[in-house]
Design a protein around this ligand. Structure first.
Ligand code: AHG
Ligand code: MN
Ligand code: MN
Length: 340
């Protein structure tokens, strides 16, 4: 009989940490707390159509966007699952204006987590994939004190772990603790409530055949980007053009698909949105860490996403992310158009 080896997420994290003699086990425990939040959110997402929790609450989030109830639920669940574990000194969420401090009755730890509790939330009502994205840093301020804004505003290169969960045809959690440790995906088996290793050592193709962008904004794009998209639509067998378009409108799911199949996801700046739409700290940095660890690239058009020095929690950045060769080509198109 074929040897079947069940590897749960928890065991994988612990075994990974064992390779570091200096590790205290705190990161493992934090990721386990997070996995619990993901399971609860997954359960709630899966029954979303059954209970009366859909529709707008009427509130707006700090970006002035309408918030759906499931966003708030996911946000609360992330905070509740992680605020008392003793591993964090602060959190920040796309749905909260300010830093989330650890309640004073709980132990203060050495990590910071930033998250987008529910990405792609405009897709909830249509049963389309959505997700959760997270980014973990080590604190800079002294141990034992409450976390600070400076702890939160670190460049992406300082991330010690990043990951996401996609609530799709199945629920998958993907995480990395850096390029040396690879990117791994775990599919939730709802019958036993465990994430099981299903995608070990994910690497993204050097070049893809898919591009993902909201083409409705074409009119407002940079001329170099317009030319690049037209280039992708031309016929050329040698470079496997024309490419296919795929755009879900949930960044996490669009990038997950492209990472597996190869391709490029873009949310550019345009003449109406000079900084693009997506958030550096909750969306772009964690996805950039994962894609780079899988062998891809992530830039803001000119420079590496993870080298941007953040100045505010909710800042936005343009992003071009995916297969390394594809990102390099769009980078060249944009540069040529600027330099003539
Ligand atoms: P969120 O639901 O967290 O606000 O994020 C939505 C984001 C992202 O997931 C997606 O890629 C993008 O918005 C889609 O924007 P457009 O509708 O402008 O294409
Ligand atoms: Mn989002
Ligand atoms: Mn969100």
């Amino acid at each position: 009989m074929e040897h079947i080896r069940f590897m749960t997420l928890e065991r994988h994290i612990i075994e990974g940490e064992r390779q570091h003699p200096e590790a205290t086990g705190e990161l493992s425990a934090l990721l386990s707390d997070l996995a619990l939040a993901a399971k609860v959110i997954s359960r709630e997402v899966n029954k979303a159509g059954l209970v009366d929790i859909l529709g707008f609450t009427g509130d707006e989030n700090v970006h002035g966007e309408k918030v759906k109830k499931l966003d708030i639920y996911a946000n609360d669940m992330m905070i509740k699952a992680m605020d008392h574990g003793g591993h964090l000194c602060a959190m920040a969420s796309e749905e909260e204006e300010d830093i989330i401090h650890i309640p004073t009755q709980h132990r203060i730890g050495k990590y910071i987590i930033l998250f987008d509790p529910l990405d792609g939330s405009s897709n909830i009502d249509a049963n389309i994939s959505i997700g959760t994205i997270f980014s973990i840093y080590k604190r800079l301020s002294p141990d034992g004190t409450p976390g600070t804004m400076e702890d939160c505003l670190q460049p992406g290169i300082n991330q010690v772990a990043a990951g996401y969960v996609v609530y799709g045809s199945s629920t998958i959690l993907v995480y990395t603790t850096g390029a040396d440790h690879g990117v791994h995906g775990f599919t939730l088996d709802p019958s036993i409530g465990e994430f099981l290793l299903s995608h070990e050592n994910i690497t993204t193709p050097k070049k893809g055949k898919i591009y993902s962008i909201n083409e409705g904004n074409y009119l407002y794009w940079h001329p170099g980007l317009k030319k690049y998209i037209k280039y992708l639509q031309e016929e050329d067998a040698a470079t496997a053009r024309p490419y296919s378009t795929r755009y879900i409108g949930s960044m996490v799911a669009d990038i997950h698909r492209n990472m597996l199949y190869g391709g490029i996801f873009m949310y550019p700046a345009d003449s109406r949105s000079p900084y693009g739409k997506l958030r550096l700290m909750y969306e772009c940095n964690p996805m950039a860490m994962i894609i780079e660890a899988a062998g891809g690239r992530a830039i803001d058009g000119k420079k590496r996403i993870m080298e941007i020095v953040p100045t505010s929690l909710h800042q936005r950045t343009p992003i071009f992310i995916g297969s390394a060769e594809d990102v390099t080509i769009v980078e060249e198109f944009m540069r040529k158009e600027v330099n003539g």
